[in-house]
Design a protein around this ligand. Structure first.
Ligand SMILES: Nc1ncnc2c1ncn2[C@@H]1O[C@H](COP(=O)(O)OP(=O)(O)OP(=O)(O)O)[C@@H](O)[C@H]1O
Length: 265
């Protein structure tokens, strides 16, 4: 992952028309079997210094769908998220993403000189409506009453919840999550995973999560993709709705398969 310490919340990229990769904001598009399509990336190619990172990736994600990207280190998971966020222009290919796209990183990177509420509302027009939405978002992440706190007084888990509220208040149609739980201890991590699952189920953005945690991917995602050698090496659809009940045997088999895909290549 690219250090996971970026604070920006990219607003939607406007339509960019370039001879190489094309990133556009998507309107409503129907995809058979996937409802309202939120992400459509086709034949996305990206190289750095002659090294192919994405070698023609195709990805479609529908509204309310949760996709997890697994893969060995350096296989381009963060790069793919950055392409979807409009932060990285691909060398070629076509990417359609919705207007309201937000990105959550491993580190919350709140602005220390702003109180919690101002951090949540950062970049939005100052209005009673924004304030009300920010307060509602804080309540949703379990931080009602903390709006006047300073970031320095928050625990790591609380700060990450504020970052989540900051994403939520923008009513994202696409939520990009780059190892957002990696810096948390095990207990907080489980709490955050449950919260994110609930928020995605309630607000139904398309969600794309980069993680190194196989169980996290199984617990959260509807679709698990293993990225390797510049493309999707393996794709698994988790049929069981949340909370997952795929049985001990099913879980063990899926875990085993994913470990194989991640390590035997
Ligand atoms: N801006 C950049 N300039 C040059 N090389 C880059 C740049 N961004 C990423 N890379 C390279 O592209 C490759 C893929 O990086 P990326 O961060 O997307 O991988 P990743 O799968 O997210 O890795 P990790 O699991 O370790 O977080 C790496 O070899 C990385 O060094």
């Amino acid at each position: 992952m690219s250090a996971g310490v970026r604070a920006e919340i990219p607003e939607a990229p406007g339509p960019i028309s370039v001879p190489e990769g094309i990133i556009e904001t998507a309107g409503r598009t129907d995809a058979s079997g996937r409802g309202e399509l939120r992400v459509s990336a086709s034949d996305v190619r990206l190289s750095f210094d002659g090294k192919v990172v994405l070698g023609g990736v195709d990805l479609e994600v529908g509204r309310g769908e949760f996709v997890a990207l697994l893969g060995p280190s350096g296989t381009g998971k963060t790069s793919l998220l950055r392409v979807l966020a409009g932060l990285q222009r691909p060398d070629s290919g076509r990417v359609l993403v919705p207007q309201r796209t937000t990105f959550a990183y491993q580190e919350p990177r709140l602005v220390p000189s702003k109180r919690v509420l101002a951090n949540v509302a950062i970049g939005l027009p100052r209005s009673a409506e924004t304030r009300a939405s920010a307060l509602a978002a804080l309540a949703e992440v379990g931080l009602a009453g903390r709006e006047r706190s300073w970031p320095s007084t928050l625990s790591g888990g609380e700060a990450q919840r504020v970052a989540l509220a900051r994403a939520l208040v923008r009513r994202p149609q696409l939520l990009l999550l780059d190892e957002p739980f990696a810096a948390l201890d095990a207990l907080k991590r489980i709490g955050m995973q449950t919260l994110v699952a609930e928020l995605v189920d309630r607000h139904r953005p398309a969600a794309v999560l980069v993680t190194h945690d196989i169980d996290e991917a199984i617990g959260l995602a509807d679709r698990i993709i293993v990225l390797n050698d510049g493309g999707f090496a393996y794709e698994h659809v988790v049929e069981s709705p949340r909370p997952r009940d795929i049985g001990e045997e099913g879980l063990a088999a899926l875990r085993h398969r994913l470990i194989e895909e991640l390590h035997v290549r």
